[in-house]
Design a protein around this ligand. Structure first.
Ligand code: ATP
Ligand code: MG
Ligand code: MG
Length: 351
């Protein structure tokens, strides 16, 4: 059978491996860190850095297609891999999403609404950005931010200087604060032939900058639901995308605003494991393997709750709950703020 190469051995790589294995594929994980969660379920693991060209070449030689579970893969590593095997989703999706400024330029270029934003690479830029965007606003590092890390909030102009200091010289964007009523995401898939299928939008609640719960169905009007799906399809088509993408949106009285995109399976799509016949992980594997997309229509109401380091003591109690599907990632070390697992609480959708 064919082998799927996965860059990154975290929980997303682990759940991709399980889905791939269920379809009869072998999986090979490439991960610099020791004992990755995905390593427990994959057929093969290479432990090496993204600067190890020989290891990258050997990895590429051993697989049929390369995919990834995170977007911050160094460009030089991609250059090496790309000479040997197809990388799906393709390079353009990575180029766009590795940098918040590039991403926002791309999204607004498609005619999609984003928060007002300005590039900040110096104290002068910061003054100009605050003059243009005003406060309240959020300064976000352009690269490598996740779980709300690398962000500083400005309540008033006086917060500008300390926020800039927080960035430690890294390029950033200042974003106008969006007064949203709630946050949603669309998990969208595009197949190798260009067909697009979206999962039902989920409603997301964050706690301390980390996703806490995703609820389906989201509290959305029919027209917003349609908008969300059309916006996601627009993004995937523009990138000639192959695979699953997470599109985060803010719901406002004036319509939907795109917050950010993630060119991979997404934490807010974990509910699909119990809500759909084909979940986001299988859908991604199908797409990158060139299979037809599967049926991702939703047959249950689901609330996904993340199990973060600090609330792991609740696991024995959750294990006794009815209609609760527990997913644990096999991470040895429990740390505050670390994603250890999630639970999908399911109720059948009323006809
Ligand atoms: P993720 O873990 O989703 O990748 P991240 O670190 O990339 O997160 P964002 O998604 O940009 O960060 O922001 C985290 C959260 O902060 C958002 O989900 C939202 O709740 C809030 N937020 C971000 N940008 C804005 C904004 N412009 N206006 C209001 N709230 C915002
Ligand atoms: Mg992000
Ligand atoms: Mg986000």
């Amino acid at each position: 059978g064919a082998t799927i190469g996965i860059l990154g051995g975290g929980q997303l790589g682990r759940m991709l491996s399980v889905a791939a294995s269920r379809l009869g594929f072998k999986t090979h994980i490439f991960e610099p860190g020791a004992n990755p969660p995905a390593g427990q379920v994959a057929d093969r693991v290479t432990t090496a850095g993204y600067d190890d060209i020989a290891a990258l070449e050997a990895f590429a030689a051993s697989v049929d297609v390369i995919t990834y579970e995170f977007e911050n893969i160094p460009t030089e590593a991609l250059d090496v891999l790309e000479d040997h095997k197809p990388i799906r989703p393709g390079r353009e999706a990575l180029r766009v999403s590795q940098d918040r400024l590039t991403e926002k330029d791309f999204l607004s270029g498609l005619g999609l609404k984003v928060a007002p934003y300005a590039n900040v690479e110096s104290a002068q830029d910061m003054d100009a950005a605050v003059a243009q965007i005003g406060t309240p606003s959020i300064l976000k590092t352009r690269r490598f931010g996740y779980d709300g890390k690398g962000q500083a909030r400005l309540k008033s102009d006086g917060d500008a200087a300390p926020a800039l200091t927080d960035m430690q010289g890294a390029p950033a964007v200042l974003e106008g604060f969006v007064n949203f009523s709630h946050e949603i995401s669309v998990i969208a898939a595009r197949g190798i032939g260009g067909d697009v299928a979206c999962f039902d939008p989920g409603e997301n609640v964050h706690k301390d900058g980390i996703l806490d719960t995703t609820t389906v169905p989201a509290n959305l009007t029919a027209s917003h639901r349609m908008d969300a799906v059309l916006m996601a399809a627009n993004i995937l088509n523009a990138l000639d995308y192959v695979g699953v993408m997470g599109v985060e949106l803010f719901v406002t009285p004036k319509g939907l605003i795109v917050n950010e995109i993630a060119p991979r399976v997404h934490n807010s799509g974990h509910w699909t494991q119990q809500g759909c016949t084909i979940d986001q992980f299988e859908q991604h594997i199908r797409a990158v393997a060139g299979w037809p997309l599967g049926d991702g229509s939703r047959f249950a109401d689901v609330v996904m709750e993340n199990l973060i380091g600090d609330n792991m003591d609740r696991v024995p109690e959750i294990a006794r709950e009815g209609n609760a599907s527990l997913h644990l990632y096999g991470k040895a070390e429990v740390k505050p703020g670390r994603k250890m697992g999630h639970v999908n609480r399911v109720t059948p959708t009323k006809a």
